[in-house]
Design a protein around this ligand. Structure first.
Ligand code: SF4
Ligand code: SF4
Length: 105
């Protein structure tokens, strides 16, 4: 079990209201607004923390670059993926990889 899986196991026991508080606090560390892929639409909708919350709601449609690997949250949460605003949260991308693996390209 890797770091993200360990953390996820712990988060599953945290009440939803506390999880929302934790996500709101973590949004302050999100560096997405500095990323060239981030848009004004996403800014106006206050979209952040895509790695946990999932894809942008119709505000990001062109992948330019992803600076998630240089975000402190990546190391802290043990994230393995990126482009969360377009591809979905870490959990969702892990699930898709587990389903499809590398056999289907
Ligand atoms: S890893 Fe990416 S999506 Fe997650 S908080 Fe950092 S910049 Fe935002
Ligand atoms: S998830 Fe990655 S690609 Fe999307 S805005 Fe954040 S840093 Fe940029």
């Amino acid at each position: 079990m890797d770091k993200f899986e360990e953390l996820h196991k712990g988060w599953a026991k945290v009440p939803e209201s506390k999880q929302i508080q934790m996500d709101e606090a973590k949004k302050k560390e999100c560096i997405c607004p500095k990323c060239p892929t981030y848009t004004n639409c996403a800014k106006n909708a206050k979209e952040l923390l895509f790695c946990m919350k999932g894809k942008s709601f119709m505000c990001v449609d062109k992948a330019v670059e992803c600076i998630c690997p240089s975000c402190p949250v990546t190391g802290e949460y043990g994230l393995k993926h990126k482009f969360f605003c377009m591809k979905g949260a870490e959990k969702a991308q892990r699930y898709e990889n587990a389903l499809w693996g590398t056999k289907i390209v």
